[in-house]
Design a protein around this ligand. Structure first.
Ligand SMILES: C[S@@+](CC[C@H](N)C(=O)[O-])C[C@H]1O[C@@H](n2cnc3c(N)ncnc32)[C@H](O)[C@@H]1O
Length: 275
């Protein structure tokens, strides 16, 4: 069967053609251009079978990134599976904000990434800041395996370490910069989420009690134990949460330095320092 027929005339109209192309590209290990122009290429039976299996998984709402085990973030492609949150383009604002606050990328910073997941934030930062060192922590051992895999593929050197630890106990004293994209979706709004997210991504990476604020609270309770007035902290925040997080920060004796907005003018991350 030709690629054209496979893409356009298969009975699975519920999967958009753009997604079918990604899945086919994955099965055939071809570039996007090759798939676009390769209309007279023929598929082997085994390839067609594999492609149909992937289409079936997508029809059941499994995210494309988990099916092909890949997601682009910042300047790299990260390995992902269902033990980590799929890196979101929105989170790239954290990298942009770090570069805004530390324009000299030759600086040697000590960077801590709380809730590292796939490792996308700390790996991207250490690739930008080539003289810096970093640590990523997570309380999910499987997520740490994925982060280590990405470190091995994308930044294979000892500037980066991963530790199994909880937000409530890690000693953050020696870091110049802390970045954190914690779980922030309120457990009460589970029902409103797309099935792709709700049924496939790890609950512990998505949801938090107390209107989604629980993790910010335990992180701040821990940070105040280790006072470092020079340290900058950058939190990603959920839609509509920035005022509440500003208050939490002020109550914990932090001063909010800026609130960074995404291209739709939605507050996406908060930069703060100890008073
Ligand atoms: C929203 S995901 C962020 C992943 C990654 N940093 C990113 O931006 O794509 C949050 C991560 O925090 C971890 N996490 C949640 N609660 C935690 C806790 N109490 N202590 C340590 N890690 C935690 C989860 O396992 C998950 O990997």
């Amino acid at each position: 069967m030709s690629i054209l027929n496979t893409l356009f005339y298969s009975e699975d109209q519920s999967v958009p053609i753009s997604e079918k192309k990604i899945l086919l590209k994955h099965v055939l290990n071809k570039s996007h251009e090759e798939i676009n122009i390769g209309f007279d290429t023929h598929l082997k039976y085994s390839e067609l079978h594999q492609y149909k299996e992937l289409i079936l998984r997508r029809k059941k709402s499994e995210p494309i990134a988990y099916i092909i085990n890949k997601k682009d973030f910042w300047k790299d492609t990260f390995f992902v599976d269902n033990s980590v949150l799929i890196p979101r383009p929105d989170s790239e604002i954290i990298i942009e904000t770090v570069i805004k606050y530390f324009p000299n990328q030759n600086e040697s910073l000590q960077i801590l990434d709380l809730g590292t997941g796939s490792g996308c934030l700390i790996i991207s930062l250490l690739k930008e800041f080539k003289n810096s060192k970093g640590v990523g922590i997570d309380f999910d051992k499987k997520a740490l395996e994925v982060a280590k895999h990405n470190k091995y593929n994308l930044l294979n050197n000892d500037r980066l370490k991963f530790y199994y630890s909880d937000f409530s106990e890690f000693n953050s004293l020696s870091y110049d910069l802390i970045v954190c994209n914690p779980p922030y979706i309120s457990t009460l709004s589970k029902g409103n989420l797309m099935i792709d997210v709700r049924d496939f991504e790890p609950e512990s990476a998505l949801f938090a009690e107390e209107d989604g604020l629980y993790c910010y609270k335990i992180i701040l309770d821990n940070l105040i134990k280790h006072e470092n007035k020079k340290q900058l902290i950058i939190f990603e925040v959920g839609y509509g949460q920035s005022d509440s997080i500003n208050k939490l920060l002020k109550n914990a004796n932090f001063k909010v330095i800026s609130v960074e907005e995404d291209i739709s003018h939605i507050p996406r991350c908060i930069v703060a320092k100890r008073i």
